[in-house]
Design a protein around this ligand. Structure first.
Ligand code: XMP
Length: 326
């Protein structure tokens, strides 16, 4: 019969059979799927796996530490962290257009990841080992959507890493291919992953980069991180995590409004709360959050986050609004 324990055992066997004595690489995004896929493969082949995490500086407060410390502590996985914040911020300097931001973040991400990958391949080669596998957290709905075939990833190397072939061929390891999201969370739990990772709400790949309306800068990111952390903290404290699909907090960086704080006039930025309920993100409705929770979030953000003097609530469903503002 179907149990989460069976799935783990079966997949561990299958991964061992597939990978043998070779090496594998897995990119961690901070999301549930890549974390659970990596934890399963780690359970199966231990140190033959290396995970790569690109720190692009666009994560929310505490999320990079969650991967670096909690995930590593829970799994014992070998992790290579690439600190790339400056590179991403430099590339984003002066850019306000949402699609342009997405393109830049995606492009830089692939470059940084492939460079890290190429370094790992080269290091393993020196030890006489071969990196032949790339782990991906593909779920059943993704498989159905893309027509069902298995494949190999043909990774083009944009960088000249001495002596490496231009195209590195990896075979894919996709241990979540038969699972739905809720099953993936159960497998993650079974593998002892931290609750904050297993129950994580969806978060866009471009991160906070598309939650700042206007140019993305370090100062603005820090400010948004604080406001977002307060909103998450209060929603969790109120026991609302399971009722909410996502709650983006958006910084209107090019808007200022007049306020009064203490004895003085302020001229600060608004942040928008965008709590939504949804089944699949295709459509969504704005969440009717209790007023006292909204009041607490608003009071705390305006008291604790310098330069934010107004909190507004987005009461638009999708359609016509999208979940994110960019
Ligand atoms: P929208 O804003 O289109 O978002 O209603 C629907 C869902 O997709 C997420 N989202 C993204 N995820 N890269 C991602 O990986 C992106 O560029 C991106 N844009 C939006 C959003 O958070 C929501 O869950």
């Amino acid at each position: 019969s179907w149990t989460t324990g069976n799935i783990v055992e079966e997949q561990v066997e299958a991964i061992r059979a597939q990978v043998g004595t070779k090496r594998a690489i897995c990119g961690l995004s901070g999301g549930v799927d890549s974390a659970v896929a990596a934890a399963l493969v780690q359970r199966a082949i231990g140190d033959q796996l290396t995970c790569v995490y690109v720190d692009h500086g666009l994560m929310r407060k505490g999320e990079t530490e969650q991967v670096e410390k909690d995930f590593v502590a829970a799994t014992g996985v070998q992790l290579k962290v690439v600190a790339a914040e400056k590179r991403f911020l430099d590339a984003l300097a002066g850019v306000s257009d949402p699609e342009e931001k997405r393109k830049i973040i995606g492009r830089e991400f692939i470059r940084v990841f492939e460079q890290a990958q190429a370094e790992l391949v080269a290091e393993a080669g020196e030890e006489g080992e071969e990196v032949a596998f790339l782990v991906q957290g593909t779920l059943y709905p993704d498989v159905v959507e893309s027509g069902g075939g298995t494949g190999t990833a043909n990774i083009k190397s944009h960088h000249n890493v001495g002596g490496l072939p231009e195209d590195l061929e990896f075979e894919l390891v996709e241990p979540l291919r038969q699972l739905f999201k809720d099953e993936v969370r159960m497998v993650g739990q079974e593998l002892g992953l931290p609750e904050e990772i297993v129950q994580r709400q969806p978060f866009p790949g471009p991160g906070l980069g598309i939650r700042i309306v206007g140019e993305v800068t370090k100062e603005r990111l820090d400010l948004l991180r604080e406001a977002d952390a307060i909103a998450r903290e209060e929603l969790t404290a109120a026991g609302l995590d399971r009722d909410i699909w996502q709650c983006p907090v958006v910084l209107l960086a090019d808007v200022r409004s007049v306020g009064v704080q203490g004895d003085g006039r302020t001229y600060g930025h608004p942040v928008v709360l965008r709590p939504v309920s949804s089944e699949d993100a295709m459509t969504a409705d704005w969440s009717r959050l209790p007023y006292d929770v909204l009041a607490k979030i608003s009071t705390r953000i305006t008291n604790e986050v310098a330069d934010v003097n107004r909190v507004v609530l987005d009461v638009t469903s999708k359609p016509p609004g999208t979940i994110e503002w960019e």
